[in-house]
Structure formats: structure tokens, C-alpha cells
Design a protein around this ligand. Sequence first.
Ligand code: URA
Length: 222
Amino acid sequence: MKSTAKLKVLPSPAGPAEAKPGVTLVQLRREAANCKACDLWKTATQTVFGEGMAGAVIMLLGEQPGDAEDRAGRPFVGPAGKLLDEALAKAGIDRRDVYVTNVVKHFKWSAAERGKRRIHQKPRDSEIKACRPWLDAEIAAVKPRVLVCLGATAAQSLLGKRFRVTQQRGKVVPSQFAPQVVATVHPSSILRARDDTSRRAQMEEFVRDLQYIGKLAKRAAA
Ligand code: URA
């Protein structure tokens, strides 16, 4: 991690109450590991904090870790993450140059009726709100020039409940979080496509959005 800024105030272990500018990603990650700001920590394996470098030009923001991420402790490493990696590669973006994180840092799930599968549950507004100071602190530490919301949960949590990814995807939206904020679909929506033809078309559109995001990032970094 590149951030060298001195620690000012760390969030409390009970929750991210006071994430001040100057706190490094390493310090935030360490503190977030003990977060109990909502109840999701009780059933999750661990906090899944963001991954990448301070100063990354692009920040990708998902909803919450899934089953694989919960076990690995890293964001976007399961099926949706693999699809994201493939789309980033096709768009000419190196994932190692990107900061990847989620709005909620614990996996929310319920047990499948049969078997041992853990079924993803959408986070509540109160859980999103409880986790928000971590995201604000990540944004303050990374200072991305292009912030990309993947899917409705991420987009609506930053841009308001009325934001519609279907209508506004791929458009730069004015916001205080970064010079350029753009929303696109969540990669898991592509995994849920009804057939191969539709999946291929959705993937192509997603790659086009990422190519545009790559161009924005190049311009911002120039
Ligand atoms: N879905 C997300 O929104 N985030 C992850 O990290 C994995 C799947």
C-alpha cells in the first residue's frame, strides 16, 4: 500500500465512528476487522475490506462480499469476481491498478432450505448506513478519480434511491465523491442472464462501459 499519511483518529472497534482524513488503508483494514457496527459480523466469517492501492485512479464499488469472498477475505474473487476480471481484461484495465471494494463489508446470507448452501441476502439500509464510514474513509484514503458503482445497491447508496442503473449506466454523474462517478451493471446480473446469447450481449455492453471508464481514467491520469 502506498499511503504514508500519519494516523489521526482511528474508528472505534465497535464501528467506524470517526474515520478522519490521513488514516491509511492498512490502519482502516485492521480496524474494520473488528467492526461490530451492525449484526452482520455475527454470521460472517470475517470483514472483507477493499483491496488495492491508495492513489488508484479507478475505484470499483460492489454491494457486499459473497460466499467465496467471505471465506477468502478478499472482494470479488468468486464467480462474479471472475467475470469482472474477464471484463476488465477485455477492456484493457489491469485489476492490480484498481481499488476494489463493497458498500457493505460483511457477507449477509441465509441458509438454504436443503443442503449447506449460504444464500446471498440483500443488505438493509441500516446495514449499508452502519458500514458507510468505512467506505467514506476508503474514498478519502484512495482519492479515486473515477468511481464506478457496480449495480443498484452501490449506485443508490452513493447517488440516491432514485438513481436507475438501467437509465443512467455509463454516464458521468456529478457527485462529491470523486471527479467522475459512473454506474454500470453488477457482474452477477450477467451471470443470471437467461441464456448464452443474452449473456454474451450483456457482457459486451459491460466491457464497453469498462472501456469508457478506462478512457476516463487515462484522461484523468494524464
Ligand atoms: N458481489 C459483490 O458485490 N461484491 C463482491 O465482493 C462479490 C460479489
